[in-house]
Design a protein around this ligand. Sequence first.
Ligand code: PLP
Length: 434
Amino acid sequence: MSESFYALEARYVLDCLPPREKIVVTRARGMKIKDVNGREYTDLFSGISTNNLGHCHPEVVEAIANQAREFMHVSAYYYHELEATLAQRLSSIAPGGLSKTFFCNSGTEAVDGSVKIAKLLASSRGKSGATVIALKGSFHGRLSLTLSLTGQRKFKANLGNYANYPGVVHTASPYYYRCGEGVSEEEFGKRCADEIRDVIENYAAGDVAAVVLEPILGEGGIIVPPDTFLPRVAAICREEGVPLVVDEVQTGFGRTGRVFACQHWSVEPDVMALAKALGGGLPLGAIMVSESVSKAIQPGDHFNTFFANPVCCAASLAAITVLQRENLPERASRIGSEVLKRLGESQEKIASIGDVRGKGLMIGIELVKDRSTKKPAPELAQEVKKEMLRRGYIVGVGGIFKNVVRLQPPLIISEDEAEKATSELISSMGQATH
Ligand code: PLP
């Protein structure tokens, strides 16, 4: 690509994004992304855990084109048939009694709106709802409320009160690898959950409007909680009368081996925030609520211009149809287990692998300078990412300490592709370590 392109970027595009790869994409199909120089990459990151069906699935593309030919936007002052159809479809796959849906445009909006609904619910019950509990190490977005919920300091520099929404309290991260020293995993999960009860009963300012959490912490470094954690949090929320808001923005739509990650633990949230893979590649978010929560919402309480954009709804319906028909959650579970097993075995040979964890095709490899001190190795994670890119593979890097290599490929990845990609990753980690 000519340098004049980057000069144009530098001159006209606001430079606020984290460092980007110098890849100018011209086409993407299935597992592959092609750049302007004709170089092809295998995508193992799915546009940040979003392209669960791969790029440009033909049925999604066709649904988008068909709808775009009819109408693209009329605003939420009118109805169209796809919004109720999609809401019905979502409630047919969602956990428990999540029966009503509001549509928005992103994960940030979905989480922010979920808290707004929780506050309305508290108010309808005569409670202050002054406090919202979130987890240390979490990620929920980058605007005021969601950034305040986000339990990672590194996103909040130079923002004063903007990232300090009143009443947000963070409790223990269920991060066994780093915080569970000397305790069994089972006991650690219980203790993390009990901290939530402690805040509700003893420390919160007024009543608690909601507990907000990711069932598996994505940006925090693919942190899978102990099995005891989520069911106990759900029980505490039920006993204390506090709604549980589950942020499935990153974990939803088959990524972890179930349609929604909270289903691994048979947890039925009161509110669920969705985005990313929901739109089949287009920007679409959603808030799903139970019947009883929906009673707290009055006409006029919430709105947005692009509510249930018809083209996004068409894409979403097509994407869910393919996800179910191809049984992609089961596929993610099967292929993910194999990848996890092989990565786990590679720990024996590569000393910098501190931990390998994940569920389905949401996998993280935490790299450390020294296994006994667990000192994070963020530079090594960057090196592995670079080496993989050199070999033609796109992987992600994340984690509270930026030292977790993230493997979140499209769920359509074949066994062969997964095996080859895993070998390349193991070899890249071995190379970067020496
Ligand atoms: N919640 C979670 C769990 C996420 O992973 C993200 C984004 O990565 C968000 C919320 C924010 O979503 P968006 O970037 O669509 O606003």
